[in-house]
Ligand binder design. Structure first.
Ligand code: AKG
Length: 277
């Protein structure tokens, strides 16, 4: 399974799979539900986008977004910034510690006691990392699943078909180059639990890399890429410490563990992505 994900991850390989014609693209009824205010499954106070209704809590969440490169004249308009969501401090300190501990144990069972990072992914997307799928969590499985349900799965009542969680351990010198997760490997949601250190993630429009926004992902946050951002924007975490600038501040880079949650691929996503309907 991992090798499938790996070989499909490269952005170059994806280029021909993710052609979306802005003229023909429409939201399927299924996906459209996410955009209807009454069906939003995350409280609106967490949203931030260009046409947002700012609620009293918005400045707190806006702290984590830098939109200064996203409103250029002539920029593409085939997306919604609502489709990248950050829930800061979503996990308590004890939940973070517990998940970190469980992830380290799982990585140890998978790779042995010695921590050896792979220098680069064979497709050249990830550097200085270890990763594995985690469908089983050993003796504390029930507690892990309880947290996943409470803090991740329950935010998406319509989704029942989750792939196994994926653990990514990036070393201090590691990073992830710009890519879009393979569109036929998983569905329209990619949710990430951030543990142990902060990172700056850049999201660039697939047709114009100068057209981007960045987000500050602090430990304890949950972030969600969905629909237009998941399909039309690449995401990256720079290898180079100097590039971890967020709103003029250098964010120190350290070892970081993330847990990634993806729903299964369905034809309905495919139709939307390929602009068939
Ligand atoms: O670690 C993260 O938050 C991002 C991981 C990622 O880009 C990926 O697994 O495709």
């Amino acid at each position: 399974m991992l090798s499938i994900l790996r070989c499909l991850r490269s952005f170059e390989n994806l280029a021909q799979c993710i052609h979306v014609s802005p003229k023909t693209q429409k939201l399927t009824p299924h996906l459209y539900n996410y955009f209807k205010p009454q069906n939003r499954f995350i409280p609106t106070r967490f949203y931030s986008n260009q046409n947002q209704k700012i609620t009293k809590n918005a400045p707190e969440s806006l702290k984590y977004f830098d939109y200064s490169h996203i409103s250029l004249p002539g920029s593409p308009i085939d997306f919604s910034l609502d489709d990248f969501i950050i829930l800061p401090k979503h996990f308590t300190h004890s939940e973070q510690e517990f998940l970190l501990n469980q992830s380290s144990k799982k990585l140890k069972r998978e790779f042995g006691k010695q921590v050896v990072y792979q220098e680069d992914h064979f497709d050249g997307v990830i550097f200085g990392y270890r990763e594995c799928h985690a469908s089983h969590w050993g003796e504390d499985e029930d507690k892990v699943m309880e947290i996943f349900h409470k803090k991740v799965y329950n935010l998406f009542p319509e989704i029942t078909n989750w792939l196994p969680a994926h653990i990514l351990d990036l070393s201090e010198s590691g990073g992830i180059q710009a890519h879009i997760d393979h569109v036929e490997y998983s569905g329209n949601i990619v949710a990430g639990v951030c543990l142990s250190s902060s990172a700056v993630m850049f999201l660039r429009h697939q047709d114009n890399s100068q057209f981007y926004f960045s987000v500050l992902l602090e430990p304890g946050c949950l972030y969600i890429q969905r629909d237009t951002i998941r399909y039309k924007f690449t995401h990256e975490i720079p290898v180079d410490q100097a590039e971890h600038m967020f709103k003029g501040e250098l964010i120190p880079k350290a070892r970081r563990i993330s847990l990634l949650f993806r729903n299964e691929y369905e034809d309905v996503h495919d139709e939307w992505v390929l602009g068939k309907i």
